[in-house]
Design a protein around this ligand. Sequence first.
Ligand code: ATP
Ligand code: MG
Length: 497
Amino acid sequence: MTPVFLEVKNISKSFASNAVLRDICFDIREGEVHALIGENGAGKSTLIKIIGGIYQPDSGEINIDGQVVHCANPIQAMERGVSIVHQELSLAQNLSVAENIFMRREIINKIGFIKWDVIRQRSREIFDQIGIEINPSDLVGTLSVGMQQVVEIAKAISLKARVILMDEPTSSLSEKEIDRLFTLIRELKKQKVSIVYVSHKISEVMEISDRVSVLRDGRLVFTKDARETSVQDIISAMVGREINNIYPARSKGVGEVVLQCKGLTRYGYFRDIDFEAHSGEILGFYGLIGAGRSEIARAVVGADKLTSGEIFIDGQKTVIKNPEEALKKGIAYLTEDRKQMGLFLDFSVAKNITSSTPSKFTNESGFIKSHNIAAVAEDVVRALTIKTDNLDTDVVFLSGGNQQKVLLGKWILPKPRVLIVDEPTRGVDVGAKALIHQKLRGLADEGMALVVISSEMPEIMGLSDRLAIFREGRLTEVLDNSKGQVSQNDIMERAVK
Ligand SMILES: Nc1ncnc2c1ncn2[C@@H]1O[C@H](COP(=O)(O)OP(=O)(O)OP(=O)(O)O)[C@@H](O)[C@H]1O
Ligand SMILES: [Mg+2]
């Protein structure tokens, strides 16, 4: 029997009156991958943060190697071999890779300067060890989310972590990057490093885990050997009922062209993109990460400059200078990056939901009509089943999946004619995912034109009426999927060279 490295004993935690974890018992064996699964708001990130010394439990204890330990902060946890790779990445964007890895324990020479050559060299050694090429001098902000994740893992390795807590490590990774992460995890296992792995992608979890624990409403439902459970078993433990991920029916009728794009080009990102979005229809954008889909969306709403190309709304040629103007002209873009661009984390749920429609909530003299805000926000919270104590809670205190729902609510509210959603179900649990799919189809049925960008093949196939496939900044083909006739192969052939 593999020895237990870390044991969580009867841990409970509340935030004000909200009991988030109740009497949790859970252990991590040496060199195992232990998955932690549960609905949005079930308490997964909170448990991870308690193990990692970020939060203190109200009661219960943590043992490492059979000894009770108290970690007052993440540094103390790291000293005992516990590192976290966060759900929302937390690296300093304007520092180099090497500085991030050796943050707060820079290697200093006699006169107090950082020994750059040493930290660069050590970073390089770690990347060699894990077989990934990253230049330690690069600024973290210039790396893809996937690569930033690798930097966080490199940091954990440099700290000689014995357990790495990964909170939704693959929610923004491409399939290739996921493969690479899995290879890395298998390598770490061989070195007896344990991994706690939080994810909503259950099939993925089954592939990589040795054991699976399910949390529901702050309680541990079960811990089982991965071989002794199944996707259905896990889902019913999570939600207490069966969910078959059945996609909504297709378009009831495609209307006129609302948005037409001709020859859109942004040097270095995408070239000669032609497409049109019809009222009543969901147009899917599929491509591997780096294919240019988000960049096109950003340029359409004026967040980035186009080198050339034309945009027509209702047949009228138009120029869009920035996202506010886009919204005025009826085009909204829900970004994939909720932390940097999507939400105001220090603002309340109500303010975030209504932030894209400010004029609706001010009277003639510009004062905010707060009772209207509350009423409208309440409706959105109910419609999207957003789990929050109340409407005044700051968004930063919501779980990741619930933040995603707030973001969706914010962009649905102004009722745009064209809604572009980028990875709309990122970090969202299976039940909530089905709800968001229904909601998107409902909007199309009401006459909105939807563009859905997704890297998840089943989602894009299940949802789209037509499917635009991108490869390296080019639109390779738009496929008719009005009867769900497009196959995985059809897509891959056009997405990969
Ligand atoms: N710092 C905090 N203050 C107040 N409430 C919090 C705080 N952190 C988390 N919560 C609440 O605790 C509950 C559990 O949140 P947690 O982030 O642990 O969920 P999760 O299982 O990670 O969900 P997701 O899958 O959406 O990431 C939620 O209701 C959340 O609003
Ligand atoms: Mg979470």
